[in-house]
Design a protein around this ligand. Structure first.
Ligand code: MRU
Length: 365
């Protein structure tokens, strides 16, 4: 992404206020812009970029500078703030329509993105009478609230999830990265791992490498190593062997969208992992903040699945590994049917089957 302002590897790591202490500063509102850790460069280089234009924020989301459902929701909310700077009244309303469309189109599967943009839209509607500087301040505060609530939700979800981990020591298999890097800074699936450790449990993680974008090998391994949580990386096709050998306490994954019936969209490769976990009697827990639960989406069949560039499959680290011109299929997510999901862990508690009832009870309260 050319348009972000490059910052040197920098500083004050975790946020000052204790309630919102984070493992990694994935995304923050900083000096009038959105500051992101460029995840494309990890684990090799730790580079932060600051974006001051909403189109550049949308571009960064599309290009995977930032990724992970809650993190892109926070970034999009901050993008709305940038997009509405200097506007008020009807002008702000008209501009919001364009800004919202651009940001929502960046990635379609994670419902958190649309959820965050729509929440910003509701705040705008309530404050249309404010002048431009006051409206800007109000929207900025709302985006920061979304950021802070994500951290609080992850911590609460983590505590509920940690209680499900019975083995001590426990070995947890995960897919993709549902950690600090995928959220405002604590993590959902890896938030459970962090909370279990904070509760005094001995936990270690097996991380699927997660082809083709390698979120497991690059990002999960990086953040766990940084946090001194033992991690073993495996190629995706080794998960069956690892499960068959025994010793895996549970599989914990994040999600981009949970449908009303409990079907779960998550990183491609989650569905086969769920089938294998079921085959070997290993529980599969899905860590899902309420912002990822879409009660308007009846089943997984209605979840839009993003397809990404062929080059993600034909190349590794910029090097072609397939014959030129070969056809490629690259869906970024798959849907795990609710029947394979042991429980869905949210910040309000743990949902069990039948999910139609339990998810609605938690989300609607
Ligand atoms: O394509 P990505 O890297 O954005 O996909 C991320 C995932 O699939 C995560 O598991 C999901 O967003 C949950 S993150 C808490």
């Amino acid at each position: 992404m050319g348009r972000g302002v490059y910052c040197k590897r920098s500083g004050p790591a975790p946020q000052a206020r204790n309630n919102f202490a984070v493992a990694i500063n994935t995304v923050q509102w900083r000096s009038g812009g959105v500051r992101m850790l460029d995840q494309r460069l990890l684990p090799g280089r730790e580079v932060y970029r600051v974006y001051r234009d909403y189109r550049a924020v949308a571009g960064a989301i599309r290009a995977m500078v930032i990724r992970g459902a809650p993190a892109i929701g926070v970034a999009a909310a901050m993008g709305v703030v940038l997009g509405l700077k200097g506007a008020a009244g009807e002008r702000a309303r008209a501009r919001f329509a364009i800004v919202a469309q651009t940001l929502k189109a960046a990635r379609p599967t994670a419902v958190n993105l649309a959820w965050a943009v729509e929440r910003m839209g509701r705040v705008l509607e309530q404050h249309l009478s404010l002048n431009a500087p006051a409206l800007f301040a109000r929207l900025r505060d709302e985006a920061i609230a979304i950021y802070e609530e994500d951290i609080a939700a992850n911590r609460a979800l983590g505590a509920f999830g940690a209680a499900l981990i019975e083995d001590n020591p426990a070995q947890i298999l995960t897919h993709c990265n549902a950690g600090a890097l995928a959220t405002a800074g604590y993590g959902t699936a890896l938030g459970i791992v962090r909370a279990a450790r904070e509760a005094g449990k001995q936990v270690s993680v097996i991380a699927d490498e997660t082809r083709p974008f390698l979120q497991g090998a690059r990002l999960t391994a990086w953040e766990l190593k940084k946090d001194r949580i033992p991690v073993t990386v495996i190629a995706d096709n080794m998960a069956g062997t690892v499960l068959a050998r025994g010793g895996v306490s549970c599989v914990i994954v994040g999600t981009d969208r949970v449908a009303a019936n409990g079907d779960v969209a998550n990183k491609i490769g989650t569905y086969p992992l769920a089938v294998m976990a079921h085959r070997h009697g290993v529980p599969l827990y899905v860590a899902a903040p309420l912002s990822s639960i879409d009660l308007h989406c009846p089943t997984g069949a209605q979840i839009p699945i993003e397809e990404r560039a062929a080059s993600e499959v034909t190349q590794i680290a910029g090097k072609r590994i397939t014959p030129a011109g070969v056809r490629v299929f690259n869906p970024a997510f798959d849907v795990t049917p609710a029947e394979l999901v042991t429980a869905i862990v949210t910040e309000r508690g743990v949902a069990r089957p039948p999910y139609q009832q339990s998810l609605a009870a938690l989300k609607v309260g």
